[in-house]
Write a protein that binds this ligand. Sequence first.
Ligand SMILES: [Zn+2]
Length: 107
Amino acid sequence: MPESAAASGLDWTDLLLAPAALLTERIVEIADGIWQCRCENRHDTDGFAPCSEAGEIVPPELGPRWDSHTYLCLGCWRMIDADTLEVVGRASQDAINRNLDCSWETV
Ligand SMILES: [Zn+2]
């Protein structure tokens, strides 16, 4: 599906005023609290999980270690800031491997 400027929430004037904003990827909130990633993953498909700054999943029982605003797309490993919906990066290969193994750091 092609991504239009409208779908990303940008007005064309934003493109004139803030070229740097083009470098910032965002995911789309299709309904209140329901996200759709750039890879088209949504809450009801692969879903999203809380993650560390390295992109490593933070299991619920380790909740206190979570920074409370970074989520990981389980479809493409993009890391998302829950406050701004900005894509803040991608999980490192190391973190991805641990996520796939479910062998998260437990201390
Ligand atoms: Zn994704």
